[in-house]
Design a protein around this ligand. Structure first.
Ligand code: DGL
Length: 255
């Protein structure tokens, strides 16, 4: 699995809990985080590099644990590796459209995800009967990378992004970036109890399980300890791993 940084660990946790026999490898592209404001061409290049690295380490399947990388790069990776079980992520528009009572859904995601043609197609397909209000959240990923999950500055930033969505009557908020589940408790404290928060980590884990089962690739265990690489400062990731992954582990520099 890979992400622009540590956000994809929210998805890795779902996979660990559903598929405890699988040996997991995770690359944080923290040397290039955030992806949210970068060009699709740049992100596609990173997708090619990171996918090739994980395959060279023996990965039997690949998860793009990043909405922004998926909208930019998943199609090209599918062309490059047509046989590989490959799972990408997209904001949970369909379940949100089904869940809303007020008919107004808010989407918190990166600029790159919200500007993409893939996201526009998702809205056309599943959200024709509801009003969807999009909210890019620049700066939030950096706070989460630093492990500042409930710091005052993070709260203030998030409050500024969420208040307009609530003012428009949103009763359902989509967490359209894999970093955001880590600030779900903070978000919960900023919105009324009646507002639903929807993310896709668990659904992605089930999709990985389905693809592996179809190809008879499910591991019987025991799993190897999860392996971590970072293209940024390995120490920085090592520092936040206990908080975000739940236990300490060594992080290697991405070669
Ligand atoms: N975690 C990513 C996502 O799901 C990208 C965040 C970023 O690097 O801007 O979109």
């Amino acid at each position: 699995m890979f992400d622009s940084g540590v956000g994809g660990l929210s998805v890795l946790r779902e996979i660990r809990s559903l598929l405890p026999n699988e040996s997991l490898m995770y690359v944080a592209d923290s040397g290039h985080v955030p992806y949210g404001e970068k060009s699709p061409e740049f992100i596609r290049e990173r997708c090619r590099v990171l996918a090739a690295f994980l395959l060279s380490q023996g990965a039997k399947a690949l998860v793009l644990a990043c909405n922004t990388a998926t909208v930019a790069g998943v199609a090209e990776l599918r062309e490059l590796y047509p046989q590989l079980p490959l799972v990408g992520m997209e904001p949970a528009v369909k379940p949100a459209a089904a869940a809303t009572q007020s008919g107004v859904v808010g989407v918190l995601a990166t600029t790159g995800t919200l500007k993409s043609a893939k996201f526009a197609a998702l809205l056309d397909r599943f959200a024709s009967d509801v009003r969807v209000i999009t909210q890019p959240c620049p700066g939030l990923v950096e706070r989460i990378e630093a492990g500042e999950l409930d710091a005052a500055a993070t709260r203030e930033l998030l409050q500024g992004y969420v208040a307009p969505l609530l003012a428009e009557g949103c009763d359902t908020l989509i967490l359209g970036c894999t970093h955001y589940p880590f600030i779900k408790p903070l978000l919960r404290s900023l919105v009324p109890e009646s507002v639903s928060l929807i993310d896709t980590g668990a659904a992605v884990a089930r999709q990985v399980q389905r693809l592996l089962a179809e190809r008879d690739l499910l591991a019987t265990g025991p799993a190897q300890p999860a392996q971590f690489w970072s293209s940024g400062e390995p120490q920085a990731m090592q520092h936040v791993l206990p908080l975000l992954w739940g236990s300490a582990a060594r992080v290697c520099a991405l070669p």
